[in-house]
Design a protein around this ligand. Structure first.
Ligand code: PLP
Length: 394
């Protein structure tokens, strides 16, 4: 049996005609820059996420970059973020000329740890007051502890840019005044950043990204920045760039968005099946640590998206040995991420060599992503667990 980590073909086959028709429509329209497909997609994503504005951009990376540019973060500034995420989170901070400052992660969710954030923020306030924004990541499809992060944002008067690249449609509870309400990833900070990289839960047929915001002024600024800061055309008060979302991507994503909730639920069903199979095999707990679900499900379907499983991450002893064994048995798996960001070579000139984030470093040694995409068959999940059992139990 063959179980790829991700297979996009069944999804493409299901919508092939619809997608070709939409792409043909864009080709025939000769509107190749922004235009109605992008407008429509922005409106749909904003509505889906409960934000009042959305700005389609060229990638998830550029969504982060343009958000920091829009906040005028630059040289001399620090941005508080997690050391355990995809490189783009930190890359965007460095590209505006600022520096990251890291808080270690929680052992369970592997998201940024608010206790550690408090310590760092308090130290910063006693010293040079350089932290100008916070950038939590909703890793693998589950929100960071936004309740506490938004409280810190209030207390320290800092904007929050959510890196929701892996978490479009995930929800988490945040108590405002006395009511606890479920909020979609990306809708709580001043900016929420999404990626439509093909392997994300909502993926295009190339690169794409988006920023959502409920701040009108900020939205206007982002729309100008994605188009060289021109306002109006050929008059530039600020320096932006070419960060526009391609209408061909927008027309494909418009079609796929209708199916997104269904895919989330299939991923969740696959995750439940894995839990059951690992339990039956006597593996869950000591040998295979399964991804903990941090927020309790509520009755309404959309409130059950506390984890949308962009990745299903297990933690195991002898991870590299298991990985080799699975690959040999035609099971796709991947390490997200083999190095924490503070260990990356490109940070050396900035003097990060003396810092250590033990929880993140431990995660880098233990995590392994298993296939979780919506179209997997139960027999494939069974095969994966059977091989893992074979590896550890002989
Ligand atoms: C995918 C991803 C990005 C970058 O998105 P691109 O569209 O590939 O540029 C940023 N942050 C995280 C956490 C991601 O997973």
């Amino acid at each position: 049996m063959n179980v790829p980590l991700l297979d996009l073909k069944p999804q493409m086959d299901a919508f092939r005609e619809e997608i070709i028709q939409a792409v043909t429509g864009v080709i025939d329209s000769t509107r190749y820059i922004l235009g109605p497909e992008v407008d429509m997609f922005e409106e749909s994503v904003a509505g889906y996420c409960g934000a009042s504005n959305a700005v389609g951009v060229s990638s998830g990376t550029d969504a982060l970059l343009i958000s920091l540019m829009g906040l005028e973060i630059g040289p001399g500034d620090l941005v508080l973020t997690t050391p355990y995420t995809f490189f783009a989170t930190m890359g965007s901070i460095l590209r505006v000329g600022a520096l990251p400052v890291f808080a270690d992660i929680e052992h369970g969710s592997m998201n940024i740890d608010p206790d550690h954030m408090v310590e760092i923020l308090e130290t910063d306030r006693k010293n040079k007051n350089r932290i100008k924004a916070m950038m939590p990541v909703h890793l693998f499809g589950q929100c960071a502890d936004m309740q506490r992060i938004m409280e810190l944002a209030d207390k320290f008067e800092l904007p929050v840019v959510e890196d929701a690249a892996q978490a479009i449609g995930a929800v988490c509870p945040v108590k405002l005044e006395s009511e606890t309400a479920w909020h979609r990833a990306g809708s709580m900070g001043i900016a929420g950043c999404f990626s439509f990289f093909p392997s994300k839960n909502l993926g295009g047929i190339g690169d794409g990204g988006m920023v959502i915001t409920s701040n009108e002024i900020f939205a206007t600024r982002l729309k100008s920045l994605r188009n060289h800061g021109a306002q109006p055309k050929y008059f530039h008060n600020v320096v932006g760039g070419n960060f526009r979302l391609d209408p061909i991507q927008a027309c494909v994503l418009n079609i796929k968005l209708k199916y997104l909730e269904g895919w989330h639920h299939k991923r969740q069903q696959n995750a439940d099946k894995y839990r059951q199979l690992f339990e039956n095999a006597g593996l869950s707990g000591e040998i295979v640590k399964l991804p903990p679900v941090m927020y309790a499900a509520e009755e309404k379907a959309e409130q059950q998206n506390h984890h949308i499983y962009n990745q299903f991450i297990i933690r195991v002893p002898d991870r590299d040995g298991l990985r080799k064994f699975l690959v040999k048995n035609n099971i796709g798996c991947e390490v997200y991420y083999p190095l924490s960001l503070h260990q990356q070579e490109c940070l050396r000139p900035y003097g990060f060599t003396h810092v250590s984030f033990p929880v993140a470093e431990q995660a880098s040694r233990e995590t392994l992503a298993l296939p979780i995409y919506p179209e997997l068959e139960v027999s494939q999940l069974e095969y994966v667990v059977e091989k893992i059992a074979r590896y550890y139990q002989g």
